[in-house]
Structure formats: C-alpha cells, structure tokens
Design a protein around this ligand. Structure first.
Ligand code: HEC
Ligand code: HEC
Length: 294
C-alpha cells in the first residue's frame, strides 16, 4: 500500500517539475529570438553599428546603409550580418567589392547577433532611409567653430595629459608619426587619418571603438568627446606632415647615433678612470696581503 502511494506522487510530480523548469527557462530563451521594436533597434544600431555606418549622409568606415535593402536582397544581407567574415571567405564577389571599397577593413561579427535582430535592424534601416538623415553622435560633435588642437591631442596620445576615464595612454600600445615611438601591441597610427576615412568617421570610431582590443579597453572607460576630437586633430596633423616623415626619421637615427656614441665614450671614460683605479687598488691590496703572508 505504502509503496503504491509514493509511486503515484512521483508520477504526478514529474510533469509538474518539467512545467516549472520550462516556465523558468522561457524568459531566458524568448528575448534572444524576439524581434526588436523600433526604439530598441535604434539603440542597438547606435551602440553596435554607428561607429562604422551612417544611414544617409555618406560612407564612414563601412558603406552608407541608406537604401541598402534595395541594393542587395534581404536574405544576403542577413547572412552577411550574421557572419561577415564567412561570407567574405566564401569569395562572394559583392562582399569582396564592399571590402575593397572599405580599404580592406572587415566588418566584425557583432556578438549576440541573431536572425531576428538582423531582420529588425533591416526594418529600422529601411524606415530611416525613407525618413530623416542620420543624426549620428558625430553630427553634434563636428561643430566647426572649435579650432583644431593637435597639441592637446599629442599630450593625450603620449600620456602627458591622463585620460579622464583613466584608460591607459595610447602610446603604451601605439606608435605615431615623427618621434612618437610607443608600444607595438596596436598598429602604428601615423596614417590612421586616411586609413579610417577622415574626421567624421574617425571621430565615430574613437567614440565607441569596434575592434576587439580597443573595445575591451575603452568600453568601460570611453574617451570624452573633447579627447576624441583632439586626438582626431592630432591624427589629421600627422597626415598633413607626411613629407616630414623622412626628415624626422633622419633625426631619430642621428640622435640614436649621437647619444649612442656619446654613451660609449662616457662609459669608456668611466671605466678607464674610476673603475680601473678601484680595480687596481683592490689588486694592490691583494698583493700586499699575499706579501704579508708570504
Ligand atoms: C568595424 C566597423 C563596422 C561595424 C561595427 C559594423 N559594420 Fe557593417 N560593414 C562594415 C564594412 C567595412 C562593410 C563592407 C564590407 C566589409 O569590408 O566587410 C560593412 C558592410 C555592411 C553591410 C552591407 C552594406 C552594403 O552596402 O551592402 C550591412 C548591411 C552592414 N554592414 C550592417 C551592419 C550592421 C547592422 C551593424 C551593426 C550591428 C554593422 N554593420 C556594424 C563595417 C562595420
Ligand atoms: C592596451 C593597448 C591599447 C591602448 C592603450 C590603445 N590601443 Fe588602439 N589598438 C590596440 C590594438 C591591439 C588595436 C588593433 C585592433 C584591436 O585589436 O582592437 C588597436 C587599434 C586602434 C585603431 C585602429 C587602427 C587601424 O589602423 O585600424 C585606432 C584608431 C586606435 N587603436 C586608436 C587608439 C587611441 C587613440 C588610443 C588612446 C586613446 C588607443 N588606441 C589606445 C591597442 C591599444
């Protein structure tokens, strides 16, 4: 009798358990596959795409996405957004053409991208294409009244002015034009102004860097608008002083030679003078010691 009773209760509880677990998992699963509403799509775009794309107003690092759905079919675009690198690797001629137009820059796979999000983004891009021109972060920032300040930019780059949100100075990982020799973890930035497409594009790039290392360094401690602008001023100055590169490299070589040769001379004098005297006096003491014993 007793065993029979426990059997019935466990049979009743099993589907109940499954139901409870299922209900608990539901909210975990549903947001991932749910499409975004317009507001969410706008936020998502601003956060993950605006560093490289505008919707109307010209190309930045990536192409202007205005009317993209009339240039290419949706299925292709969704496939591309889910795995840009994969589509490029497959040798797709349209993707290769896009990459060429972007100076070889490759679109990164956006973490957490799903078919539903991609679809919502295309809807959003479509409605923005019909409506007003993109008011990306950069538009307000590009106020032409502020004079360029490459000197302030140079201080930020080299760490003389610490970054407001306490990220490490650029020079710990990057070299720049002229005598700005820094770390080699990141690429040399002396030609970055033209490589990343000029003021506006670079400004947007720096406001929320999209590449893996830069994103992890600057997502928590982002550059302020002023810092980003002054750095862009510096990078623009570097692009203008291209002709001087040769000369400043020459100066570097000369100074290394000068200080190098000077250093050898100084250390030679040091050895010949002070050091040898110490050496001799130690030897003399040893000789005396041996004499005393002998
Ligand atoms: C690191 C910069 C970067 C980011 C961030 C980025 N893209 Fe791109 N995107 C590119 C580049 C560059 C291309 C051109 C193809 C290539 O070189 O990979 C491109 C191409 C595209 C295309 C095809 C454009 C066309 O003309 O057919 C679409 C659509 C697109 N991106 C959407 C997005 C969306 C949506 C996001 C945000 C979720 C995003 N991209 C984030 C750089 C970026
Ligand atoms: C901890 C090291 C580190 C620091 C600090 C750092 N960077 Fe970077 N940066 C990188 C790396 C690595 C890359 C290569 C792309 C990646 O992996 O993010 C990069 C890429 C870049 C690029 C893209 C260059 C290109 O040609 O594609 C720019 C622009 C840039 N960094 C600017 C800056 C600026 C401006 C600062 C200072 C405010 C800075 N970085 C500080 C490591 C760093």
């Amino acid at each position: 009798m007793a065993t029979n009773k426990t059997k019935t209760t466990s049979l009743v509880n099993l589907p109940l358990f499954a139901l409870i677990i299922g209900l608990n998992l539901l909210p975990l699963i549903s947001p991932v596959s749910a499409p975004l509403d317009e507001q969410q799509a706008a936020e998502y775009f601003q956060k993950n795409c605006a560093a490289c794309h505008k919707i109307g107003g010209g190309r930045m690092i990536g192409p202007d996405l205005k009317d993209v759905t009339s240039r290419q079919d949706r299925e292709w675009l969704i496939r591309f957004m889910l795995d840009p690198q994969g589509v490029l690797n497959s040798g797709d001629p349209y993707a290769l053409k896009l990459q060429k137009e972007a100076n070889g820059v490759i679109m990164y796979t956006i973490p957490g991208m799903t078919r539903e999000i991609a679809t919502s983004l295309l809807d959003y891009i479509e409605s923005r294409s019909r409506g007003e021109v993109s008011s990306s972060v950069t538009d307000t920032v590009m106020a032409p009244t502020i004079p360029p300040d490459p000197v302030a930019g140079d201080k930020i780059f080299s760490g003389l002015t610490p970054l407001t949100n306490s990220a490490p100075a650029c020079i710990t990982c990057h070299s720049g034009a002229g005598p700005r020799i820094g770390g080699s973890l990141g690429p040399d930035l002396s030609a970055v102004f033209s490589r990343l497409n000029g003021r506006e594009a670079l400004m947007a790039w720096l406001s929320s860097p999209p590449t893996p290392t830069m994103r992890s360094v600057f997502s928590q401690s982002s550059l302020t608008t002023d810092e980003a602008r002054q750095l862009v001023d510096l990078f623009e100055r570097w692009s203008q002083m291209k002709q001087n590169y040769g000369q400043s490299n020459f100066m570097i070589v000369m100074s290394v030679l000068f200080f190098g040769v000077g250093g050898v001379v100084i250390s030679y004098l040091f050895m010949a003078g002070i050091w040898s005297r110490r050496f001799q006096s130690a030897r003399r003491r040893l000789i005396n010691l041996v004499k005393e014993r002998g």
